[in-house]
Design a protein around this ligand. Sequence first.
Ligand code: B12
Ligand code: SF4
Length: 428
Amino acid sequence: MKFTFIFPEQSYIKGRFWCKSFFAVEPPTIAKLNSLLPDNIEREFFDERIESINFKTKTDLVIITINTFTAYRGYKIAEEYRKNGVKVAIGGLHATLCPEEAADYSDCVLVGEAELTFSQMVNDFLNNNMKKFYYADGNCDLQEVKLDRSIFKGKRYLPYRHVEVSRGCAYNCNFCTIAKVYKQNVSLRPIDEIIDDIKKIGVKYIGLIDENACANLEYRKELYKNMIPLKKHWFAQMTVKGLLDEEFVELMAQSGCFNVFIGMESLSKDVLFNMNKKHNIIDDYEKAIKNCVKNNISVSVGTIMGYEGDTLENAKKTFEYLNDKQLFMSIFTTFFPIPKTPAYDNLKKNNKLKNEKWWINDENPFEQHIIKYNMDNNFTGVAQHYFTEYLKLKNIFKRFIKSEYKLSMRLFILWFNLFMKYNINAFG
Ligand code: B12
Ligand code: SF4
């Protein structure tokens, strides 16, 4: 009996260049599914970001994980296997948001966290009784999270691995997949299990999967204190609030934090209000960045352009603001309405979506006119324009010269900016 796991390429990337196989990171999702499979089942794994799928290898069941940006490609892969009579099961965040859609392309859809559905499906499959749908009942409590990374043996990934700290977020931003899927339920993993995981991780650089790495402050302080002796370099995302607390930022630095990501989204209070992201206070950013510079922690910022209420003037202001700051990287992203989120539902209700299933399309979403805006207020291409502007050599060097970080961090930031300039599509 053999199962095949698939991590599809993003649907709209038509082929990467020479560095295709150099900049992918191990997908924890596959390590998780692998850990839930009984030992007597043979397994193979194709990560389409770094290799082509060999549709000819013999297999009994194909298991595909999809998010909204990989769903369409995932469906095409499923069709290819099913054409040859192979059964396909699909799970993941997008399958959880749109199970009926995923069902059109598969023999089985698993909704919710794998810990709560996968073993049952495998059992049923082995007994020739696989159902069309499996629904997780509630949320996994993150006790004894096990990842079996042995499935990645022989594949070339960056020496950077992820460790799960939490699932879910207490906030409820209108555009956010996590808010929709986890419904403000936050599960925290026991600290001793995280530490044990990090001890065995085998790489120096790690990403903490943690929606808000400064919430539940006492828990995080305890975690970071326990990480100090491990001497790892870590990255996580958090709200700006945590970075205002100098003592906390110092502790993060001592425990090895080298970079934090903040979803700033917009400079406009109106847009932040529409997003239900009222906890972002733009005036806090100055102090937060200062605290990070002082502790040699670099900061990355994400923006969303083209949300309801946004203006081209605001997009320009956002670019100018970020281009002037000492940041590791600013990511300029077009607003893609994720299905079933309040933001999506609102656009749909007001008949503002040009294509309700924009993710099922051969056209690159960056070039699609997804939302009906007035002709003089069209955001298609605006984020790309500012990203390109941000990565112009004159701007990269301007920021490098102004930077007050330690020289090693300044050079790291310079390298990363130049790398992004030339390989903007290499990650993912
Ligand atoms: C780590 C991470 C990355 C990393 C690594 C991705 C990778 N190669 O694995 C990097 C930085 C490369 C990355 C890139 C991107 N990411 Co990302 N990423 C995450 C993050 C923080 C954690 C994902 C993770 O591994 N979790 C741990 C694993 C164990 O959980 P999981 O994948 O959710 O799977 C669980 C369930 O969903 C379910 N499940 C999943 N698959 C399956 C399959 C089956 C069969 C079953 C039964 C269950 C199941 O069970 C699992 C265990 O409970 C999430 C946010 C989050 N907290 O989820 C965003 C997130 C997944 N990313 C997101 C996005 C948008 C992207 C990018 C498109 C960004 C970009 N513009 O390029 C790219 C796309 C990359 C790609 N090819 O998929 C969005 C997806 C939104 C959506 N609706 O699709 C998320 C949710 C962030 C967000 N808040 O919106 N990402
Ligand atoms: S704070 Fe971040 S993770 Fe939490 S709901 Fe808002 S966008 Fe999603």
